[in-house]
Ligand binder design. Sequence first.
Ligand code: HPA
Ligand code: ZN
Length: 322
Amino acid sequence: MPGLLIPKAELHVHIEGTLEPGLVFACAHRNGIELPFADVEDLRRRYVFDDLQSFLDLYYLAMDVLRTPLDFTEMTDEYLAKASTQGVKHAEIFFDPQAHLDRGVPMEVIVEGLTASLRTSSERFGISTRLIACFLRDKGPEAALATWEALQPHLDVIDGVGLDSAEVGYPPAAFAPVFERARAAGLHLVAHAGEEGPPEYVWQALDVLGVERVDHGIRSVEDAELLRRLSRERTPLTVCPFSNVRLRCVPDLEQHPLPALLDAGVVVTINSDDPAYFGGYVGDNYVGIQRALDLDATAVRELAAHSFQASFVTDEERRALL
Ligand code: HPA
Ligand code: ZN
């Protein structure tokens, strides 16, 4: 079965990164916000990035149109509808609470809006979901702890915590206290590491934060001992090929380190990261990497199998999904 449609789980998608230009303008209009872009085409033309920070600047700017629960619900509905056309049966979705709280949007609005969509995702789209709240590492560990407090009334709908935003200069170890609290509350733990940052950040995510999966993690290829550790412990990497190229972490898909990671025995998964910005959804990433690296059907099946193994679904849920 081609990569586009093969049943898969998506484990690395920022819901705010699924906000398409059309919905940016629709929300702006509804909320009476004047945008610094002339139209949808003008916005789309700006989707050319030098690095992670240049992307984040536009990502945070565009999400300022999200003000009401309906905005969050429509964004999530659009993602799920699109994902369902690309073989996604299960999605573990990130959101960035601080990016909204800091603009004055209350946690209730964010969570109510997201969960209004997620609640009925299985019936409407055939996609089961998990929700992962990410801390913005460039806001620091104290702000992460305050965000953790703000999440307390909503822990019944939060399955895990993660760490994202600008990476270099913000090592994971500083976030040990908030990850310790999330672990004590029984939540799953993941963190972005080794996207732009060095292999040392991946070691810290594993040893200090105790994460179950590493988001991106591609710079692990620079450290043979780290590759052995990831392989031995079967700690998955959620790799995002289009993102890596668009943010210039990798020169092109043909030179993506995915084959080296697979050869080292790492449980690699393919994901979209911020599909509205990076030129495709998760199925498109499968097709792109399949073509660029000339992967055969067995390799694609292996990547899709990894996505379910690396997910947080129970064995029983997995059987029901496939
Ligand atoms: N890296 C870090 N933070 C992010 C990303 C990413 O690729 N996308 C959205 N937030
Ligand atoms: Zn990401």
